[in-house]
Design a protein around this ligand. Structure first.
Ligand SMILES: *[C@@H]1O[C@H](CO)[C@@H](O)[C@H](O)[C@H]1NC(C)=O
Ligand SMILES: *[C@@H]1O[C@H](CO)[C@@H](O)[C@H](O)[C@H]1NC(C)=O
Ligand SMILES: *[C@@H]1O[C@H](CO)[C@@H](O)[C@H](O)[C@H]1NC(C)=O
Ligand SMILES: *[C@@H]1O[C@H](CO)[C@@H](O)[C@H](O)[C@H]1NC(C)=O
Ligand SMILES: *[C@@H]1O[C@H](CO)[C@@H](O)[C@H](O)[C@H]1NC(C)=O
Ligand SMILES: *[C@@H]1O[C@H](CO)[C@@H](O)[C@H](O)[C@H]1NC(C)=O
Length: 295
């Protein structure tokens, strides 16, 4: 269009206007048409994981698709503006591909860990009476920081298979998922599902029954070779939390260190949700995990 106008007249004129930035003071916030709430099948794994831009996103669009999603609409476009998880997801996929290009040796779980532990906690929306984590998970993606997370929570394929065994799947069911023979450890038990080395911590407990929940975690150093990380936990008056050890010192890159995270709780009524967070910090990197206990 610009080129045909320029050719159509001897003295073409154009004006380039300064772009206008509009700040939406409530952003970022999870829009109210977005899915929320706990993971009903495996409550030991916090869902959703992460939040990313997904409202009114300009992107390429199939010219054979209906631009308004109505069959009668025959207009064909190469670009469209859409909103939804399907627009948010490509941002996170692109970020994952970017992180893989910067760190070719990182596993998918390490990439996910880097994205989750560096995300920024968000504001809770006003339309839902839920803890914020059930809307945004770890928070809003922070791509620049995700490139330098300091520590990652890695997970191997075997760790996932072991988790499926702990969930109660038998060998034939595990094989349907893994595609290969796998023998479940004899110690498989539902209580061990929460030991999956996930970058967030969640568990469900029975109402009005005192509890002690232990989570085993292992972090891998991808920050400075020589570094000392100290833990801090956001207190929640309904529970006591301990982390053992509470200092991790690393001497080399890719070195792994384990810790045990324990939550003690009293008699908490049904339908309560306790939220907290844990941060490992070396003064430069803040490696943050969301913590949720559902009653
Ligand atoms: C405009 O003119 C240029 C140069 O002659 C030509 O390459 C281009 O195709 C023309 N554009 C249109 C839309 O006709
Ligand atoms: C959805 O959220 C907007 C603010 O973002 C609010 O004005 C609106 O009332 C909400 N709708 C529902 C159905 O909760
Ligand atoms: C595994 O569990 C499924 C049901 O989920 C059952 O149909 C199957 O027989 C079991 N297989 C073995 C080997 O126990
Ligand atoms: C899995 O085990 C079955 C029975 O034990 C065996 O027949 C099959 O070859 C094994 N498959 C693989 C991929 O090892
Ligand atoms: C969890 O960590 C503790 C302390 O290091 C260890 O004794 C225990 O065996 C671990 N549990 C599992 C299931 O790995
Ligand atoms: C938490 O610790 C305090 C102080 O040691 C103790 O009084 C309280 O009973 C503990 N609460 C739980 C739920 O363990």
């Amino acid at each position: 269009m610009v080129s045909s106008y320029a050719n159509s007249t001897e003295n073409p004129k154009a004006e380039i206007l300064k772009s206008e930035a509009i700040k939406d003071i409530i952003a970022p916030i999870v829009v109210n048409f977005s899915s929320r709430r706990p993971n009903r099948i495996v409550p030991e794994i916090l869902k959703p994981d992460i939040s990313a831009l997904g409202v009114e996103i300009l992107a390429a669009f199939s010219p054979v698709g209906s631009m308004s999603h109505y069959d009668e609409d025959k207009r064909s476009v190469r670009y469209n503006i859409l909103s939804g998880t399907s627009m948010s997801c490509p941002h996170v996929s692109g970020l994952s591909a970017y992180l893989k290009s910067c760190h070719p040796d990182w596993s998918p779980a390490s990439i996910k860990s880097a994205i989750l532990t560096t995300a920024k906690p968000m504001k809770k929306s006003f339309s839902f009476n839920l803890v914020g984590e059930f809307e945004y998970g770890s928070g809003h993606v922070n791509p620049l920081q995700a490139d330098d997370p300091g520590l990652v929570y890695d997970i191997s394929k075997e760790d996932y298979l072991e988790m499926l065994c702990n969930l109660g799947l038998n060998a034939s069911n595990v094989k349907l998922i893994s595609g290969e023979n796998y023998t479940c450890p004899a110690t498989s038990h539902r209580d061990l599902v929460k030991n999956l080395n996930y970058p967030s911590l969640e568990a469900k407990v029975e109402a009005l029954k005192p509890f002690k929940l232990m989570f085993n975690r292992t972090v891998t150093n991808v920050g400075f070779a020589n570094s000392i990380y100290k833990v801090s936990v956001l207190p929640n008056s309904k529970v006591n939390i301990t982390v053992e050890p509470d200092i991790l010192s690393f001497k080399s890159l890719n070195e792994k260190k384990s810790f045990v995270f324990t939550i003690f709780g009293g008699e908490i009524p049904n339908q309560n949700v306790i939220s907290s967070s844990l941060v490992w910090s070396d003064g430069t990197h803040n490696v943050r995990s969301s913590i949720i206990v559902m009653v």
